[in-house]
Design a protein around this ligand. Structure first.
Ligand code: FES
Length: 127
């Protein structure tokens, strides 16, 4: 039980609700300190039980975000995030923070989702 709790602590996966066809993520989830709006995480990995793969949301600045499905376009393995890159543990493909292939064998960009900002929430359209 203890080790389970510890492994949860080291991952950054946030579970986010889906309302209609939008995944809703509070912008405050990017804040490194709860009450400071100065330091933000570069990315957040969000998950919902109905999704087969998590979604990685990169934050470039206040109004620019990119939401990427963490599914390798080569053979569908789940990607891992390393800073501003996503890597595939299966055969080593790499994608940048906009989902573009940086090294193969994958040769198709990742699926991206439109992100809109509504008040203090991000809405990731899953349609
Ligand atoms: S499944 Fe990702 S590189 Fe093959």
């Amino acid at each position: 039980m203890l080790s389970l709790l510890e492994s949860c602590k080291s991952t950054k996966i946030v579970s986010a609700p889906i309302v209609d066809s939008d995944m809703v993520v509070p912008i405050t989830a990017f804040q490194i300190k709860k009450d400071s709006a100065k330091d933000f995480k570069k990315y957040l990995v969000v998950q919902n039980d109905i999704l087969q793969y998590p979604i990685c949301i990169y934050r470039f600045d206040e109004v620019n975000y990119e939401a990427l499905l963490m599914k390798c376009t080569h053979q569908g393995a789940e990607l891992q995030v390393f800073g501003d890159k996503l890597q595939c543990p299966a055969h080593g493909s790499e994608f940048n923070a906009h989902g573009k292939v940086e090294s193969g064998p994958a040769n198709i960009s990742l699926r991206t989702f439109p992100v809109t900002i509504s008040g203090n929430q991000l809405k990731i359209s899953l349609k």
